[in-house]
Write a protein of this length. Structure first.
Lengths: 158, 67
């Protein structure tokens, strides 16, 4: 994952006023739990205006990559709540979600703001990440959940 | 946990490590860059849509396995 590229995208998110929250390993990295990943997972608020903001931000970060137009509002808000975008750089990719099953969405994820190089980044809290990961079947997620529980003394109702 | 054991470099890179919160972002991106240097992958380009998280996960695994 290229540092400058990631910062460029996060800056574009802020400039366009995208309503989003980072989840997954990138969010864990902001909380001081570091593991390798090449994807940036995020929830976005599921409104047509916000999907417009997402496309504008990605166009700003990736110099009008035409494939960004394939991120369609009707799909993200309809039958395809998960979109994966591989930008031309090839260094990372984005998993953009409007909901995860019936349980999780932008509105339900508790978040906090972190700042890096003057960019405000909205990141899921450790407890929210733990809740998303603890009951999944992927070994990687279970390991993440265990690390979050230990690092942030989570458990019980968290 | 002074010693951890891993069956592969990929497994090791997937294990979360604790870092001081002050420089966690830079440690994170450096760690990811190191992983990419050790295990380079070719990704497709463009946009892919999924109805469920399971579909998305399966597609990710196909790419990771070179499919």
């Amino acid at each position: 994952m290229d540092r400058d590229e990631l910062l460029r995208v996060l800056r574009a998110f802020e400039m366009e006023g995208l309503e989003y929250v980072l989840i997954g390993a990138t969010a864990m990295g902001f909380h001081g739990l570091v593991r390798a990943t090449e994807d940036v997972d995020l929830f976005v608020r599921a409104t047509p205006e916000n999907v417009d903001r997402l496309r504008r931000a990605l166009r700003a970060a990736y110099a009008d990559d035409p494939s960004i137009e394939e991120i369609r509002t009707t799909e993200l808000l309809g039958d395809y709540p998960s979109v994966r975008y591989y930008p031309p750089s090839g260094d990372l990719f984005f998993d953009v979600m409007t909901r995860l099953g019936d349980a999780a969405s932008f509105e339900t994820i508790e978040a906090e703001v972190k700042e890096v190089e003057g960019i405000r980044v909205r990141v899921a809290t450790p407890a929210a990440l733990y809740r998303m990961k603890k009951d999944t079947v992927r070994p990687l997620d279970r390991r993440d959940a265990a690390a979050l529980r230990e690092r942030f003394k989570l458990g019980g109702n968290d | 946990m002074p010693v951890q054991r891993f069956r592969s470099g990929e497994e090791m890179n997937a294990a979360p490590i604790r870092v001081p919160s002050g420089d966690s972002f830079d440690r994170f991106v450096r760690h990811c860059a190191r992983y990419r240097a050790l295990f380079p992958r070719r990704y497709p380009r463009g946009v892919f849509r999924f109805r469920t998280i399971e579909e998305a996960q399966a597609a990710r695994e196909r790419v990771a396995n070179g499919g």
